[in-house]
Design a protein around this ligand. Structure first.
Ligand SMILES: Nc1ncnc2c1ncn2[C@@H]1O[C@H](COP(=O)(O)OP(=O)(O)OP(=O)(O)O)[C@@H](O)[C@H]1O
Length: 252
């Protein structure tokens, strides 16, 4: 299968620290892939590099065959940031219609995405008056306008109730069945089982790139929660001698 995302030996510094240490991975076109890892492990930074808004130190990121961030990708990549990126003083419908015009889409397309994220009843409401979960869905609606070929979704299900989370996951799979590639970050390990492929990141290192069943098998665990804990502990053990040396030296 063709790859929608190819990351090769990516190194990213933020502030004075290196936060991605030579990440290499590929995401198959038309798949739903989960990007998982503890808080601060580098998920958002990796997603930012994929959509071309993150300065990188070295390595490369290619999206749909082009360098990340290149002009032809603008209408082909939808990005949902963690913080809602819609205007609080516009209604849901006005936001969607505004973002639709930016990518050359019409009002009907704006109304479709509002319906698809379950916000038809709140379409006329100001975004500033919505609940947190509704506001995230308003942002999601704007990210999927025009049916982008790649969707990069940073924690799209945070703050959503179980029913809505279920619906959102069904939508992600429907988008992938329609040919889109969907990359979803999450802290919630029970969501990992809904993905065809998983990328697990810890401290800026990729520690697993496998199917959910492959992750279970390599960790020797019964559930994904347990598997991730084991893989994270294994990775920590593998790096601990260096940590111990640094601590010892620091103490002297
Ligand atoms: N603007 C910034 N300046 C300096 N360091 C940053 C900046 N943004 C993030 N970092 C650091 O980069 C590292 C990776 O952060 P990132 O936001 O990519 O992690 P994450 O896995 O997405 O975390 P979370 O799940 O909590 O959102 C963290 O150590 C974080 O403190």
């Amino acid at each position: 299968m063709e790859n929608a995302i190819v990351v090769d030996d990516l190194v990213v510094d933020r502030g004075r620290r290196t936060v991605l240490h030579g990440i290499s991975c590929a995401v198959a076109a038309g798949s739903v892939t989960g990007l998982l890892g503890p808080s601060g492990s580098g998920k958002t930074t990796l997603m930012r590099a994929m959509v071309g808004v993150q300065k990188i130190r070295s390595g490369s990121v290619r999206i749909l065959g082009q360098p990340a961030g290149s002009a032809p990708l603008r209408s082909q990549v939808g990005y949902l940031t963690q913080a809602p990126s819609v205007y609080a003083d516009l209604t849901v419908r006005e936001n969607a219609r505004y973002f639709a015009t930016l990518v050359g889409q019409d009002a009907a397309e704006a109304d479709r995405v509002v319906r698809d994220v379950g916000l038809a009843v709140a379409a006329g409401q100001l975004v500033g008056n919505l609940s947190g979960g509704q506001r995230s869905r308003a942002s999601l609606a704007c990210a999927v306008i025009g049916r982008p070929r790649l969707l990069v979704l940073d924690e799209p299900t945070v703050g959503q109730d179980p029913v809505l989370r279920e619906e959102l996951w069904q939508q992600f799979h429907a988008l992938a069945s329609g040919g889109a590639t969907v990359l979803v970050s999450s802290h919630v390990m029970d969501e990992a089982g809904r993905c065809e492929r998983l990328l697990l990141i810890r401290d800026g290192h990729l520690i697993a790139d496998d199917t959910p069943s492959g992750v279970l098998a390599s960790a020797g665990a019964d559930d994904l929660d347990g598997a991730f804990l084991r893989l994270i502990q294994r990775a920590a053990t593998a790096t601990s001698p260096a940590t111990a040396t640094a601590t010892d030296e620091g103490a002297q």
